[in-house]
Design a protein around this ligand. Structure first.
Ligand code: NI
Length: 138
């Protein structure tokens, strides 16, 4: 069967602060610069979730994108949109909320919820120019 990659795109707005509490203030500013701003700063994030699978004979779909959309909105978007990622999101507690760490935690959440196809990659656009992609590889 032909293998197809299907992507759902979602957007959310959130704030974060990059800070490592094991380091001094001076070290944090050296490491994170403006991203260590005490009260955080915001981004309009773009999230792309790609799944891979075979076309089902019955539907002609790999996955029903409405169902994929609902999973992403329920499990991710509703928990991060208009939130402060350092304080408001259970699955990001005790993580430095870089795009890398955010994507890794999104993967952990979605991997268990997406059952009709295989999660292939998650991309997070933090800005127009900065994009992180994770394919579940350790
Ligand atoms: Ni930032």
């Amino acid at each position: 069967m032909p293998k197809m990659y299907i992507t759902r795109r979602e957007v959310f707005s959130a704030s974060h602060r990059l800070w490592n509490s094991d380091l001094s203030e001076e070290q944090n500013i050296e490491l994170f610069d403006k991203c260590a701003n005490p009260n955080g700063h915001g981004h309009n994030f773009v999230l792309e979730v790609t799944v891979v699978g075979d076309i089902k004979n019955e539907s002609g779909y790999v996955v029903d994108l409405k169902k994929l959309k609902n999973i992403i909105r329920e499990e991710i978007i509703s928990k991060v949109d208009h939130k402060h990622l350092n304080h408001d999101v259970d699955f990001l507690k005790d993580k430095i909320p870089t795009a890398e760490n955010i994507v890794r935690e999104f993967w952990r959440v979605l991997e268990t919820k997406i059952t009709k196809a295989k999660l292939s990659s998650i991309r997070l656009h933090e800005t127009e120019n900065n994009i992180v992609e994770y394919r579940g590889e350790e």
